[in-house]
Ligand binder design. Structure first.
Ligand code: FMN
Ligand code: SF4
Length: 653
């Protein structure tokens, strides 16, 4: 069965699940996902709608994003404060919205500890004073009284959420935050009762669990998300995680154990595995934890791409429950779609969503129109349908053209899409041809099928020119989505290739190859790595002070690792100016000093892009969308096309 395909609703993952205090309508949870939709540290209508949509979409358990448990853990103003009693009414609105869809909700309790992330100005607390490898902050080593104070923060936060009507909490013991910092021998060097042996390092979380039990109702669920392998020297490995879990199930049993991996160090690459990883790359960790969990339900996670794979994990005894985050961002109605026999919008695992939240922006998805703007999307759904017989002509079947076609058809327009090449998908489909980027193709495949299912006619290999366009009915909406083309200026002394041409003719390229990087995005580095792996000498030159600025940091680690492994040389803050006798000369962007970088045979221009020429003749009204209006990242192009198509009735042809 193809990835993301509909599965029978008899699937074990979609059957109800009960165990002790846990009672779930199905076994597919929506994992904790920071969304930056909170404001002033409180719950907003946008944030409620974000969760409500996943509850409506059939999540078996809704787990909120990390909620702050103490004033020393307030990463930014979008993180809601669970420890603040004043905010209980807002949390109650959230719980009510999820319950209205018959779904349970637990709040994730989070203390960042020394991993101060977005607010290093705050005083970071940690069990020991060792410097944090990600934020670079050096923490204050907590006193005994401060340890007890933070534990009380966890318990009070749980109580507040219980008062708000939540079904339970999940303690965030993963990803290198405060609870992991206590559990891990690499960050906890204390000699008192909070450090040393596994028993002593586990005391912090064990006592938090017990304190929550004391403060909350009997039927209140307590889950624990753990890092079962930190992938750092001297850190928690699976064996140590098993020892920790054995201690917890013996002394402070929980309702479920979520099994995650890595922390915010170089192992961050594993934390939200991207498209370069195989599916379910860390299932062995869940299986290992389940061996010692003494019957406590275990939740597997990390790149579980679809419900069918989730069912397989359960059937093979790897886990009892399955958690997904990004698959619910790319399709908020994941489970409902499967139940209806439809194919959910598959996640490409590009990590753009993660990039957005870690750069302080509301969560988004490259091609899910609702994600991060659920309220607006509801208004769009409610906007009036097209009057009968209205027609839309879309020129170009890239990301923007396909989304325009999908939405316009859904709204009742008769839609024709004209694409001059033999393949739909444009820039995104071309990216999917590069090794390591194949999964990006799922986005355009899904969009094309969805547009056709809604009734759009996609004419591939059909070019339209001014003459054809003039013959169209003047009442037709004309949408220009012809995309963009690379700007390929030759260098003084050497001809240049575009990235796409270099890739297509790679067998004949002469080396050494220099790629002039103006895109700072994944396809450039994927081509560089492939060319180097094919035996070329490859260098990347950028005018920026670092490469890969447009790659999510969590994926950038893998990009930089693969570039280094392939032997690609990186030059920063330089602009190539000419080739002298086969040697590339570049100028420093700030000092203006020139330097000779070494021999070069092939110059490749990776961007910039320029909008392609519209074929629409003067006198014909048209709307220009996507790269054709201004080349931008996928999510911006997609969003614009979606909005235009959703409001076509307001545009007079
Ligand atoms: C945008 C985003 C925000 C996240 N926020 C949290 C969080 O608040 N707490 C947490 O424990 N994990 C967080 N994670 C990690 C996920 O819960 C999950 O462990 C990880 O993404 C792997 O699951 P997936 O492959 O289904 O996305 C986040 C992941 C993403 C992509
Ligand atoms: S932005 Fe990329 S990784 Fe995130 S949900 Fe969308 S497709 Fe998946």
């Amino acid at each position: 069965m193809p990835q993301g395909a509909a599965v029978p609703t008899t699937s074990v993952a979609l059957s109800p699940y009960s165990h002790g205090r846990l009672s779930l309508p199905n076994r597919i949870a929506f994992l904790a996902t920071v969304n930056n939709l909170g404001r002033n540290r409180a719950i907003t209508p946008e944030l409620v709608a974000f969760y409500e949509e996943r509850a409506r979409g059939g999540a078996g358990l809704v787990i909120t994003e990390g909620l702050s448990v103490h004033p020393t853990s307030v990463p930014n103003g979008t993180v809601p404060l669970a420890f603040d009693k004043e905010l209980v009414p807002g949390f109650a609105r959230l719980a009510d919205a999820v319950h209205a869809n018959d779904r349970p909700i637990v709040g994730q309790l989070w203390h960042v500890g020394r991993q101060a992330l977005w607010n290093p100005g705050m005083q970071p607390w940690s069990p020991s004073p060792g410097r944090d490898p990600y934020s670079g902050s050096t923490p204050h080593a907590m006193t005994d009284a401060e340890v007890l104070e933070v534990m009380d923060g966890f318990a009070q936060s749980a109580r507040n959420l219980a008062d708000a009507g939540f079904d339970g909490v999940e303690i965030h013991g993963a990803h290198g935050y405060l609870v992991t910092q206590f559990l891990s021998p690499s960050s906890n060097q204390r000699q008192d009762r909070w450090g040393g042996s596994t028993t002593d390092r586990s005391r912090f979380v064990v006592e938090i669990i017990n304190a929550i039990r004391e403060r909350c109702p009997d039927d209140f669920v307590v889950g624990l998300k753990l890092t079962a392998h930190e992938y750092v020297d001297g850190g928690i490995d699976l064996e140590e995680a098993q020892a920790i879990v054995s201690r917890i199930v013996e002394t402070a049993p929980v309702e479920y154990l979520g099994v995650s991996q890595a922390n915010f160090s170089p192992s961050l690459e594993y934390h939200v595995p991207d498209l370069s990883f195989d599916d379910v790359p860390f299932a062995h960790l869940a299986a290992g934890v389940r061996e010692v969990a003494a019957g406590t339900p275990v939740m597997a996670m990390a790149k579980v791409p679809d419900v069918e794979t989730g069912s397989d994990l359960i059937e093979r005894g790897v886990a009892d429950l399955v958690g997904m985050s990004r698959a619910w961002l790319s399709d908020p109605h994941l489970v409902r779609r499967v139940e209806r026999g439809e194919t959910p919008r598959p996640c490409t695992y590009c990590n753009t969503c993660w990039h957005y939240i870690h750069t302080g922006r509301p969560v988004t998805c490259i091609y899910a129109p609702e994600t991060g703007r659920e309220l607006e999307a509801r208004d769009e759904e409610a906007s009036p349908a097209a009057s009968e017989g209205r027609r839309v002509r879309v020129i170009g079947a890239g990301l923007a053209g396909l989304e325009t076609a999908r939405v316009a058809s859904r709204r009742g327009y008769e839609v024709d899409v004209y694409e001059e090449s033999s393949q739909a998908g444009g820039r995104l489909a071309r990216e999917a041809d590069i090794p390591g980027r194949e999964r990006m193709g799922l986005a355009t495949q899904w969009l094309q099928k969805a547009a056709v299912r809604e009734g759009a006619r996609v004419h591939l290999g059909e070019q339209v020119d001014a003459e054809v366009i003039r013959e169209w009915n003047a009442d037709d909406h004309v949408v220009v989505a012809v995309g963009a083309q690379p700007v390929v200026d030759d260098l003084d002394g050497a001809a240049a290739y575009s990235l796409a041409d270099a890739w297509e003719t790679r067998a004949e390229l002469g080396g050494p190859v220099v790629i002039v990087d103006e895109m700072e995005d994944d396809p450039t580095y994927a081509v560089a790595i492939s060319l180097a792996n094919d035996g070329h000498e490859v260098a990347v030159v950028t005018r920026r002070d670092a490469v890969a600025r447009n790659v999510a940091y969590v994926s950038r680690i893998g990009v930089l690792r693969r570039l280094d492994e392939a032997g690609v040389v990186l030059h920063t803050q330089l602009l190539p100016v000419r080739v002298d006798d086969g040697v590339l000369v570049a100028r420093h962007v700030f000092s203006g000093k020139e330097r000779r970088l070494g021999p070069v045979k092939t110059i490749v221009r990776a961007g910039p892009l320029a909008a392609a020429r519209s074929p629409v003749p003067p006198g014909v009204d048209a709307v220009v969308v996507g790269d054709a209006s201004a080349p931008r990242p996928y999510e911006a192009v997609f969003r614009e096309a979606h909005t235009v198509a959703a409001h076509l009735d307001r545009i007079q042809p």
